[in-house]
Design a binder for this molecule. Structure first.
Ligand SMILES: [Zn+2]
Length: 529
């Protein structure tokens, strides 16, 4: 018997044993029970079986965003001002001013999302800029990359920051012409400010996760990895899982080193359930390309900067070993070629002792050929963001020399090396985390201005779809999702068109019609009135 049957559907299964010609799936409770032709399913139908005629729509596994800061996506819908739409410094300043008038009781004004590369002023805001609109209240604005932030004078005063403040290793406090802090901080130096901002409560964190979830459903995302989970957020996630409130498959990756501190958090326990998995911990080895904090071997274009390497080798190796001894895998953020090489050297060492533990590199923006050979040999996986090409491509063109630019986010080459590669969004670093938009960028290699970046790294739509489903499930060690296969957890979506047989430029016109998690419909597109 079965609880749900969907028929008259075109199935994209991403499972090698899929029987061609199947047009129906049967679900019992939360698992896929059968896949085949509808006429073979008669014995599965009971009086209470829900039967849906999909009218020829495409059914595929729910998308899995293998790197998305879920609570931060939700935060920008709840407690933090979203300034990603600001097209100039002036526009961002007016948004801040308006927000502070609208919410007079907020103790700290926090905002996120500026990207000066698209601004007519062409420069980052400083504390003097922020002071022009808000003086009486601390203001903290995070750049879109989350590796750079700017604070106003009131905030610096509250944090007791002056020219003589000691800056932690792996970060910078920028200064103005007089040697005074100009309000801009990078990488670990963000830790000079963040501890002074009132922390969110667990209840607020849960509210943010729920706020993000509905947008995820609307894009057909049924599984996600949160790649930076601190102890309080981990508690919130556990509580949501126990209360059955998550509603999507979550792979939570605890961070071990808080920003600006050498004092590691305790290594968490490994945990596995249908909705929540904790099986990998996370480190950051460098920053982002769009803000010139990724660690490069050569200089950024027209600059003498080379980014920031954040980790100390010995500490990183020891903490990784301790985590692996508890059965956990290691994920490390690495974008620049210098950072990637640094991480791979550590992973090779770890591989000697822990050959089967997950080792993954987040982003992998500028790998060299020899890195990819090492990665394939030592089973190092990658979670990459093709969507950066469209949303941050303008920054790449501005900051990277030609050779770097022609080899950035080389997804095709990485796949050709046989490296397990998942695609993801890293939202809210990008605004649009629609996986179909990510797939489009992986194929066209076009930025939002229409310029093409590293054209020969274009992949196929099938490769992109697999990277957002089955590969993402593999990299997250959750084999029970990611394909349409008997016995799998019943997470799937119905699309109005088949992404694998549509022109690339039309991919984002495809609509997710309905999203199913655990065998139940959790979201449905409102019919146009
Ligand atoms: Zn990230």
């Amino acid at each position: 018997m079965s609880t749900l049957i969907i028929h008259n559907t075109h199935i994209l299964s991403f499972h090698e044993g899929f029987k061609k010609g199947s047009d129906a799936i049967a679900v019992h409770d939360n698992r896929i029970k059968a896949i085949g032709r509808f006429e073979e399913f008669q014995t599965l139908i009971q009086p209470n079986t829900q039967i849906i005629n999909a009218g020829g729509k495409t059914l595929m596994p729910g998308f899995n965003d293998s790197h998305i800061h879920i609570w931060k996506v939700g935060n920008l819908k709840t407690f933090m001002l979203d300034v990603r739409a600001a097209k100039s410094l002036d526009e961002m300043l007016s948004m801040l001013e308006e927000y502070s008038k609208l919410y007079p009781d907020v103790a700290w004004i926090t905002a996120r999302g500026f990207n000066e590369a698209g601004w007519k002023e062409g420069k980052m805001p400083t504390r003097e800029d922020l002071d022009k609109v808000i003086k009486d209240k601390p203001v903290y604005v995070i750049r879109t990359c989350a590796h750079i932030a700017v604070a106003n004078t009131k905030a610096l005063d509250l944090c007791h920051i002056s020219a003589s403040t000691k800056v932690p290793a792996g970060g910078e406090m920028l200064t103005n012409g007089n040697g005074q802090p100009n309000g801009i901080f990078t990488e670990t130096a963000l830790g000079l400010i963040t501890p002074h901002i009132p922390a969110y409560t667990k209840a607020e964190l849960k509210q943010m996760v729920k706020a993000a979830r509905d947008e995820m459903y609307s894009y057909g995302i049924t599984a996600a990895t949160d790649p930076a989970v601190d102890p309080l957020l981990l508690e919130a996630y556990y509580e949501m899982q126990h209360a059955n409130e998550l509603g999507f498959r979550l792979n939570a990756m605890p961070i071990i080193l808080p920003d600006g501190s050498d004092q590691p958090y305790p290594i968490p326990e490994k945990y596995s359930s249908d909705f929540l998995n904790v099986n990998t911990v996370k480190f950051f080895s460098d920053g982002g390309l769009s803000g010139k904090t990724s660690a490069l071997k050569r200089h950024y274009k027209n600059s003498n900067e080379q980014g920031v390497l954040r980790l100390k080798k010995e500490q990183y190796l020891q903490l990784s070993k301790s985590a692996m001894e508890k059965g956990l895998g290691i994920a490390t953020h690495a974008i620049g070629d210098a950072a990637i090489e640094f991480v791979i050297d550590i992973f090779k060492e770890l591989h000697e002792f822990f050959p089967d533990h997950t080792k993954r590199i987040e982003h992998l923006g500028l790998p060299e050929e020899k890195n990819l050979i090492d990665m394939a040999e030592h089973h190092i996986a990658a979670s990459m963001q093709s969507i950066f090409i469209s949303e941050l491509g303008k920054n790449f063109i501005k900051y990277l020399d030609e050779d770097y630019l022609n080899h950035c986010y080389p997804i095709k080459t990485i796949l050709a090396h046989g490296i397990l590669t998942a695609l993801s969004s890293d939202a809210p670093v990008v605004r649009d985390f629609n996986p179909l938009k990510g797939a489009e960028a992986a194929i066209t290699r076009k930025n939002n201005e229409g310029e093409i970046i590293a054209a020969n790294e274009s992949i196929s739509i099938e490769e992109a779809m697999r990277a957002y489903t089955i590969n993402a499930a593999k990299i997250g060690n959750t084999p029970q999702i990611g394909s349409i296969k008997e016995g799998q957890l019943a997470d799937f979506i119905l699309l109005d068109k088949d992404p694998t047989s549509i022109a690339t430029e039309s991919l984002t016109t495809i609509k997710v019609e309905e999203t199913f998690v655990d065998g139940k419909s959790v979201w449905r597109r409102e019919p146009k009135s």
